[in-house]
Structure formats: structure tokens, C-alpha cells
Design a protein around this ligand. Sequence first.
Ligand code: ADP
Ligand code: MG
Length: 771
Amino acid sequence: HVERIPEIQEARLALPVVAEEQKIMEAIHNNDVVVVWGSTGSGKTTQVPQFLYEAGYGAPDGPTPGLIGVTQPRRVAAVSMAKRVGDELGDAGSKVSYQIRFEASKNAQTTIKFMTDGVLLREISQDFALTKYSAIVIDEAHERSVNTDILIGMLSRIVDLRAEMARKDPKNKPLKLIIMSATLRISDFTENQRLFRHSVPPLIKAEGRQYSVTNHFSRRTNRDYVEEAFHKICKGHRKLPRGGMLVFLTGQSEIAQLAKRLKQTFDSTQGKVIKSAPVRISAAEAPLEVEDIELGGDIDNYQNDDGSDDDSIIHGLDDEDDREFDIGEESAEDSVLKVHILPLYSQLPTNQQLRVFEPPPDGSRLIVLATNVAETSLTIPGIRYVFDCGRAKEKKYDRITGVQSFEVGWISKASANQRAGRAGRTGPGHCYRLYSSAVFERDFEEYAYPEISRTPLEGVVLQLKSMGAPVVNFPFPTPPDRDSLQKAEKLLSYLGAISLDGKITKMGYELSLYPLNPRFARMLVMGTVHKVAAETIALVAALSVPEIIIPENKLGLKEPPPNTSEIRTEEDNIEAAERSRLRKQYNAVQAQLSTNASTSDCIKLNNAVCAYAHADSPEEFCEKMFLNSKALHEASQLRSQLTTIVRTHRPLALGGYEPKLPPPTEHVLNVLKQICAAGFIDQVAMRADLAPIPPDLPRKPRTAIEVPYLTLFASHVSGSVASDPAEQYVYIHPSSLLALVPVSKLPGFVIYSHLQRAAPSAINGAKTPKT
Ligand code: ADP
Ligand code: MG
């Protein structure tokens, strides 16, 4: 029996999920797998674990003694939801704990355990039957993270196994699996016969959001959404009644930039830092969590707007906007209200993320600037206004070229509604969408695609192997195609992560501990073994970030179309001279960046990253060297994150993060090149004239970029068009250092980072040049 304080008791009764308690518990009693749907704020996360607890799950001397496990996609959600459920349970609060990477609050009394999905995956690899648990709740299943998908696949088999064990010996108890989703896109789970083979899991719906949220669209969509957010927040702060603001942006540096401007504009208060006293978990025990690494900073990649001319947008000052903030309930607040600004993003240490849950200092308005970490799960008390930029930084992956990138793109309608829902958790609220309803209707997908469809599979396959799971027959909610899975398995065997018979090796196990693509993990491990850990980290960072060096074609050096009047004006001459000056300068800089690189583009990139760390003024340095400062900023952040990761696995390999490295010796350069080759060992191309059947070329190539190469392992490009041999050739990209090598000196073999399909007319009629 649970004694709750009257206030909590009353609040619970208003939750839609609580009205369905009996239905939910009956379904769980009668089925091993149940799906619960309830829109955001309906009470799923806080209430369902309590239903289970009150029904006797987790009671040591009852019929279902195992723990109640609840997974969350993110750390801050696991910690804060554990705290909330503990508070709601009153005297029984000590029975709730959490476990996230490196940190746990679990004790002997624990009955309900909140954890990240990485933690549970790790536990499955240690005890496949999950015998400690009587029930597992998978929360936020609609987010469709790779970890959630793998967990659901695993659990579908574990539930069967436990049922079988219970049939054989009644001392064993079956495992209950509850999948919770805030959207109704759940047919991938419920109608997937490979996943749940015996019966379709029942779906229990708890309809209705708790408080109303009014959505306000912008009239126009400003491409510079940070600017737009700044204006709307300033105006909102002056006009809107009391209540916290939650602002959705796409990344850390945008958040820092906006926080700074807001602090300069308004009087702001300082929050105190909360100390947490968690149990420390050693690195070797710690599970993998995606949040450990955030590739892809804030590369400019704004999507199209609704065609309006940017200059014509008057930021938030027109009458229409005034009406937008005219809520008409309370009078506008006195303008002396201070602001209390807090950032919230996954790279922020957990105890700092938790600051958003503390009440702001008296007389100030809480303004939380967040990434989509705050999109699901969290209830930040007092948030009444949401400002949504409508974008998120998304992982993109091109299976054909193998290029992985992070791009800012529109979120889905489902995500936009989740974001808006954050304003209606503790009272009615408003959501200001920084985009027009036309853009929302036209450009937003209904739901986001599952992450597994946007991810290189080698990491997924390695994870399955490390858990001893089958790969091709794995019951994925959305199965990737077999070819791609097999290709990933091949790559892993080239990397030495799995043996010829498909078993994970010791190396593979180590690689599986890095929250990185196995290629890069392999390179880092090699770097530590060869005592060039810090140098390899810089190299991996250089290879992970797109477009560090601004390509020549983006300098605007193209000759203008021929002048039809045939008379060259003075102006034409000046422009031509300017172009030639810029081109000379560009070439000189390229030569400087290529110091010691000889024919290696990866060393050139590495030089850029290392030189950046030495620059007194990074901005000026980038300007002068034709480098992309955002990309380099990102690469340097990545270096520091990678250092932490390497140190957790190989504590003796290197000291703290030291951005300024001494110039590499000849030996180090050689080792780095070998490490790079090892990481891309499946991407080797051979000069075509060395092949058993050399090409029959119409004329001798005169420059390096005309020399055909053949990929050693089937690439998608060559594999798919086997009929015409000419179609199989790949060529050196003109921006590569190799393009400058005389034809007679071109290497027989090259390692490439990716293939890129050229525009049909490009280079000598070739269809597939490569970099
Ligand atoms: P769901 O998981 O369905 O989105 P939750 O169970 O997380 O919903 O939350 C249900 C409601 O409980 C919230 O809308 C809010 O009113 C209340 N609540 C949850 N956490 C807190 C908290 N930390 N402080 C105040 N109220 C909270
Ligand atoms: Mg929830």
C-alpha cells in the first residue's frame, strides 16, 4: 500500500493514464507484451511504473519478485523521472533508483529502476534472460532510436525464453514487457510477426492531453531561426505573463550564442550548481550511450523557407506579431522581471542538465535553451511557453556513398507536437512556432524515420555480435536490407572485429565499447597501441567532420560568361586581376596545408585541424587559410570528447586533453597513414592498368584525374553496373593531392574515404570520380 501526499494524489487522478489503470493492468496480467499509447503528458512515464509496483511487481516475497525496469532514451530523463516517481511514491520513494552511464543510485531496496536503454542492453549481454527483472517498460518507443529498436527485438525473444522457463519450472517467473509510445505509429511493433510471433500485443489507449496548448505559427519562416528566436523571446519576455520558457534549437553553439545575447539584453540571475552524489561505475562496467559523442556541430544547412525574401521580414515587430502575444488572460508583467537562462543539451554534464528542474530565483523568468533532448519525457516545472525553431540536427547517412553527416533539417509533425506538449505539463500553455503553417503542412513529415534507416550498420551489427545475437535473422522492428547487413559484417571482419566464422573477437569486443563507428574505433585503438593516441584522435576528428577546407569552387573564382559586347571594360580587368590574386593565394595556402602530406589528403586535413589549435585567433586563421571555421570548431570539440572516451577505455594511453600537439615526425606521419589505411581497409582502389584485364583506353591519360582505378571490393557503384566495364572505373577527385601527381608516378593502390557520383558531363565523361 502506498501513502501519497494529498496534492500528488489529486494531480494523479486528473491524468488520462490513471483512468485506464485497471485496463492496463488487466492487459499486462493476461499478456506478456502490451503496448500503451497516450499522448504526451497523459501520465505514462510517471504512472505505469507505479501501477506495476502497486500490483506487487518487485515485491521480494510476492509472486512477481523481480525488479521493475524502465528505460529512457536519455540520461537526464532517467535521472529526473526516477526522482519524480520517487517523490510521488511518498514513503516508498526510496524504492526508486536510476542507473546511467558511470552513475547509479541503486541500493538494496530498489524496486523500480530507471535507466538509459544502453544500460539495459549491457545487462542483456551479461544475463540474457534478465532474471533480475519481473517487468520491463520501454518508454518513448516512438522515438525509434537504434538502441530502442534493438532492445525491443531482444526483448521479444527474452519474453519467449522466460515464458518457456516458467513452463518448465514454476519457480521461474515470466517477464512482462510494456512498450510505451506517445504516437500511434506503432504498427512496426504490433503488426510485425517476426517480432511478436505468438500473438499481436494488445494496445491500450489513454487519450487526451492534460492541459490545453495553443499553437501560434509565424507568418513567415525566417531562415535565421536563432535570430528569430531571439526577437520572439525578447518580445515574449516583455509581454507575456509569468511562466517559464522552453526554447528548442538544434545545437550547443547556437544555444551558447543565444544565451549570451539574452544575458546581454536582460538582467540575468545566476543559478547554483547542484552536486549529485552518485555511485561511480568503472569504465569497463559502463554501458554504451549514444550521448557520449555528438558529431556534427552547427554546420550551416538551413532548409528552404517558404520562398519569402529574407530582407522583407521585420522581426516580430509587425502588428500580427503583437496579436500573437496578446493572450488576454492576465495583464502583461512588469518589465523588470529578470531572466534565468539555462542551457540543456546532451553534452552538458548530467548534474548541470538537472539544474532546469530547480525553481528559478524569485522574481525571475526561467528560460531553458534546449536541443531535442527536451523533446520527450521531461516535465520542467513551470514551463508555460515553448518556442520551437522546427529544426533538429539529424544524423544522415548515404548508403551508396557511405558518407555520414549531421544536418539541420525540419523535424516531423509528431516531434513538433511533442515539443508543443512541453508547454502543457503543469498548466495550460502556448507554443510559438518559428515557422509558418504552410511550411509545417508542406515540409514536415508525419513521423521521423527510424534511426536505423539513417545509420551505418557496422555499429549496429557489432553491437548485436557483442551480445551474441543473430544478425541477419534478428527481429528488427524495421529490418535493414540483407545486403547492407552482410556488407557491414564483411567490413567488421576486415577490421578484425569478427572472425571468419562470424564470432566477435577480443578486438571486436573492445571496439564495441566505443560509441563510434567501428572504423574510427579501430583507428583509435591502433593509435593507442602505437603510442600516437593524441595524434590519432586529431586525425579521426579531421576525418569525421565534413568540408574542413573550403573547396575552390566555392570561392566564386569562375570566369564570368563571355562578354557579348566584346569590349573589355576597366571593371572586367580589375575583376579578372582579383580572381587571379585570390586563386594564387588559395594555391599557396593549399601548399602550406600540405606540408609533409606528400600525397595524403588525410594528413592535409589533419594538418589543418592541428594548426587550428595553435592559432591565436581561430577566426582570422580560418579566414586567411580558406578553412571552414564552424567545421574546425566542431573538430576541436570532437578531439576533446574523443580524448575522454579513449581515456575511459585505455587510461594509460594518454594524459588530459592537450590541443596543441608538436609537429609530427616522419615516423608519426607514417604510422598515421597506416592507421588510416587500416580504418578504411575495405576502400582500396587499384590502378586499372594493373588489373588482369587492363582497360582499353581510347587515348593515354594526360593528367592524374583521367587515370581509371578499380575498387578492390565491390562498391555500390561498381557492383550495381557490372555490364559496362567503363562504368566500374573510379577517378581521383580534382581536389585531392593525388590529382597533382604526374601520371607516371601515380600509386598503384589508393585508399579512399568515399565515392561520389559526378554530374554526367564531368571529367572525361567519367561517371564515378572519387576522393
Ligand atoms: P507522459 O510520460 O505520458 O508524457 P508523464 O508521466 O511524464 O507523462 O507526466 C504526466 C504529468 O505529471 C505531467 O504532465 C505533469 O503534469 C506531471 N509531472 C510529471 N513530472 C513532474 C514534475 N517533475 N513536477 C511536476 N509535475 C510533474
Ligand atoms: Mg513520458
